[in-house]
Ligand binder design. Structure first.
Ligand SMILES: Cc1cc2nc3c(=O)[nH]c(=O)nc-3n(C[C@H](O)[C@H](O)[C@H](O)COP(=O)(O)OP(=O)(O)OC[C@H]3O[C@@H](n4cnc5c(N)ncnc54)[C@H](O)[C@@H]3O)c2cc1C
Length: 394
């Protein structure tokens, strides 16, 4: 790694200096970086200064969003405050949005106009939602990301629905998130609106892709029981309807876009090796295959050694490996591999305090599964909240 002092390190308001220490920058408050902050709190980095630049002081724990929509969690219960976590880890926090990366010059550009140089970079900024085909819906469209914006707008949808008869909500996206959002929305709307209608629009190959036939059958039965229709086709948006490639039009008072993660556009000119969809190509050690001082985890990566689904589960589990590898890289030690388990357990909330378990070819549904999911999710958020408040690291 080149000595940091040879290059300019600029931050808004910070004088240009030449430093003897390495600058490690975490970009994004994604799931994997929570484990990195934990690790640095346990054992502070030596010979390095650490920064976290992230778009929002709070990071949303997505697993609890459907439960929050359904009214099972209070305001903010799904949020993790990054400020005390950064402080405890000895990390300087910058609330700003990364909108450019020059991997060869080792610089991030920020939407405030600042430039942040780094010696070692770790990216966990999550994916974006491509809303361009649905843009014709204007203010009726709610992209699920940025999640904090979605959370701010959902109560407005409920208020509007409460005033209308035959309210129609369309969810575009038939992955696990789209299904959970549809079921949570149906549960919430049924309590406040007369005769609400919830529909899902999805490409056929996108309907619960990666899940077993048993899970798909359970989900279909649940959707049918709740009178949630599924329409297959490519969706575009008009002023007040979702138009399907089949020629059908579905009237929509609001549309939630949950079409899965797309790669941030600013990665394109970064010089990093990207796959065809623009995701960062990393090996099992979570390091860019083109730049050995850049690591990445979560929804923005594609593994070149094996298929790993984009999900919160993997973003969380990659965290401890990422933490170990950032430290190993600084100390010139061997890197570890993130090897996912052969099967991943998913619990899909049905909105009515039940959940559908999906594990390999096995699927089941029930109230106890919701209690398990609720316990896992609350425990995750509480860990990062209690730890931050008390300074203790479990
Ligand atoms: C409704 C819903 C429910 C879901 N439920 C589950 C579930 O139960 N189980 C599961 O495994 N997966 C679930 N997922 C998928 C899961 O949310 C994602 O896979 C996961 O969030 C990816 O984590 P990440 O760390 O990559 O990014 P994120 O969780 O999206 O975190 C990104 C972070 O980076 C910050 N950021 C974003 N852009 C920038 C930028 N340009 N500059 C600086 N900071 C930035 C954000 O503020 C945020 O702190 C769900 C998704 C949705 C939408």
């Amino acid at each position: 790694m080149a000595p940091a002092g040879r290059r300019l390190h600029l931050m808004p308001g910070e004088p240009t200096d030449s430093r003897a220490v390495q600058r490690v920058v975490l970009a994004g408050g994604g799931h994997a970086h929570l484990a990195v902050l934990d690790d640095w709190a346990r054992a502070p980095l030596r010979g390095a200064e650490a920064w976290l630049v992230t778009a929002d002081p709070f990071t949303a724990y997505s697993g609890m969003i459907p439960g929050w929509m359904a009214g099972h969690y209070g305001a903010g219960q799904h949020l993790i405050d990054l400020r005390p976590l950064a402080k405890r880890a000895g990390v300087r926090l910058v609330i700003d949005t990364v909108d450019g990366l020059d991997a060869n010059r080792r610089e991030l550009t920020l939407s405030s106009g600042g430039v942040m140089a780094f010696d070692l970079l770790s990216l966990a900024v999550g994916g974006e939602v491509d809303i361009s085909p649905l843009a014709g819906l204007g203010a009726r469209l709610l992209p699920v990301r940025p999640m904090n914006d979605f959370v701010a707008r959902w109560p407005v949808v409920l208020e509007d629905a409460a005033r209308r008869q035959g309210f129609s909500l369309v969810i575009v996206g038939g992955g696990a998130a789209g299904i959970e959002l549809a079921l949570a929305a149906e549960f919430a709307l049924r309590r406040i609106s007369a005769d609400p209608k919830v529909s899902i629009v999805t490409a056929e190959d996108g309907f619960l892709s990666g899940h077993s036939q048993a899970t798909i059958a359970r989900v279909r039965a649940e959707l049918a029981r709740r009178r949630i229709d599924i329409f297959f086709g490519e969706a575009t948006g008009s002023e007040d309807a979702v138009l399907l490639s089949t020629g059908m039009a579905i009237h929509a008072d609001y549309v939630i876009a949950a079409t899965g993660s797309t790669a941030p556009r600013w990665l394109k000119g970064s010089g990093l090796a990207l796959d065809q969809q623009g995701f960062i190509e990393v090996g099992g050690d979570l390091r860019s295959i083109s730049h050995d001082n850049i690591f990445a985890a979560g929804d923005i990566v594609t593994r070149t050694d094996r298929h790993v689904a984009r999900s919160g589960v993997h973003a969380v589990r990659a965290g401890p490996v990422l933490a170990a590898n950032l430290r190993a890289k600084l100390n010139g030690q061997m890197l570890h591999q993130y090897i996912p388990r052969r099967r991943t357990l998913y619990l899909l909330a049905t909105g009515d305090r039940r959940a559908i378990l999906s594990w390999g070819k096995f699927a089941m549904v029930g109230g106890l599964l919701w209690r398990l999911k609720d316990w896992i999710d609350r425990r995750f958020v509480r860990h990062h909240t209690i730890a931050a408040e008390t300074g203790e690291v479990n």
